[in-house]
Design a protein around this ligand. Structure first.
Ligand SMILES: NC(=O)C1=CN([C@@H]2O[C@H](COP(=O)(O)OP(=O)(O)OC[C@H]3O[C@@H](n4cnc5c(N)ncnc54)[C@H](O)[C@@H]3O)[C@@H](O)[C@H]2O)C=CC1
Ligand SMILES: NCC(=O)COP(=O)(O)O
Length: 336
């Protein structure tokens, strides 16, 4: 029997618990692989009650989860009690969310889970509690460190219609510009290429590298960065045998015909990458962390405090994240 996926609780006040419960309830229709939830069973039972869902929850250890999954949603206890009400994070939120992530990493590194799928965390809630990483991506890299070496994580948002990688992630625009370098673009693109080959069945991934400025700088008249930073990175990638094109004007590289010419868009900053994919594929895009020694996926959306506990949360992106994680863990055939 395949190893189960470890699904974190995410922010307890967010929609993570809602979509986890709903996904399990619709597991057959959504064609979901076995997973278990990491957290506080009483909390999940209470959320099911709030949602009016009848869900069998079973205390489990990871080794029992796949067998139990057909009849009950396995819950592996983290020892942290959560009390937050839907939409209202409280003093238990940050600890419960972070402990759940830590346990998931322990399980996947110990071979007890096949991959990690994370529910959304509220970054502002964690920052207020002293969390010093921008998000899961960097936190997971630290948890994956080996002998003090922290791998460089790369964020990819993937859907059948489009895959995007932001070179800089959760930074202000000013800071993103300060940190952007040809070296960072090259390293990020090479990690993306390696994982696209390893897990997405692409023998020679085609990369489209966006420019930074409007019209990719219009020959330097709208900023020098495309000439000084992006173009040399594209040249360096091509010199390493990578199929890379750019810098491309970002406003014209996401329409349907343009998308057919590449496998992954490498973008210079967060919104340049995430606006197109969330516009085209909000319901089935998946956030994948590349460059880690284990597989981690996540829905593309956040905690959606405005609808937590209402029954309005759509589990489709979580379902896509679960299916993609299982396929990445099991095979290198394209997950399409
Ligand atoms: N992977 C993660 O942990 C992520 C966490 N976040 C965090 O989420 C928090 C809220 O972020 P927002 O920008 O408000 O984005 P959001 O994705 O939580 O919500 C944006 C809008 O989309 C709706 N929405 C989101 N997911 C939905 C679903 N599954 N079904 C139906 N409607 C849905 C929400 O109700 C809201 O109107 C922030 O603190 C942010 O840091 C955001 C993105 C990813
Ligand atoms: N905007 C994407 C996002 O917030 C996800 O970040 P991470 O928590 O997966 O690092």
């Amino acid at each position: 029997m395949a190893k189960p996926l470890a699904l974190t609780s995410g922010e307890p006040a967010g929609i993570g618990p809602d979509i986890a419960l709903e996904a399990w309830r619709r597991r057959g229709e959504l064609d979901l692989p076995p997973f278990y939830l990491l957290g506080d069973r009483a909390f999940f039972a209470e959320r099911a009650k709030i949602l009016g869902l009848t869900i069998d929850l079973a205390d489990a250890v990871p080794e029992e989860a796949s067998a139990a999954f057909a009849r009950a949603l396995p819950v592996v206890a983290t020892g942290e009690i959560a009390t937050a009400r839907p939409g209202q994070p409280d003093q238990t939120s940050a600890t419960a969310a972070l402990t759940s992530i830590r346990h998931a990493v322990d399980h996947v590194r110990a071979g007890r889970a096949g991959a990690i799928v994370t529910n959304p965390i509220a970054k502002s809630v964690l920052y207020r509690a002293g969390f010093r990483h921008p998000g899961h991506t960097e936190f997971l890299a630290e948890l994956a460190s080996d002998g003090g070496r922290v791998p460089q994580p790369v964020m990819m948002l993937w859907s059948p219609a489009l895959a995007v990688v932001p070179v800089t992630i959760h930074l202000s625009l000013r800071e993103a510009l300060a940190q952007l370098s040809a070296e960072l673009i090259v390293t990020t693109a090479r990690i993306a290429v390696a994982d696209l080959k390893a897990h997405f069945g692409l023998a020679q991934p085609r990369l489209a590298i966006s420019g930074l400025n409007p019209h990719a700088g219009e020959d330097g008249s709208l900023g020098s960065e495309d000439i000084d930073i992006v173009a040399p990175a594209v040249e360096a990638l091509r010199a390493k045998g990578i199929d890379a094109r750019g810098p491309l004007p970002a406003d014209t590289m996401f329409h349907a015909a343009a998308r057919r010419t590449y496998d992954c868009a490498i973008c210079m900053y967060h919104d340049q990458a995430l606006i197109p994919i969330k516009t085209i594929a909000f319901e089935d895009a998946v956030n994948v962390t590349l460059g880690l020694p284990f597989i981690r996926t996540s829905p593309d959306h956040g905690t959606a405090f405005d609808i937590a506990g209402t029954g309005k949360a759509n589990p489709s992106s979580l379902a896509a994240a679960l299916r993609l994680a299982a396929r990445m863990a099991a095979t290198s055939v394209p997950p399409i």
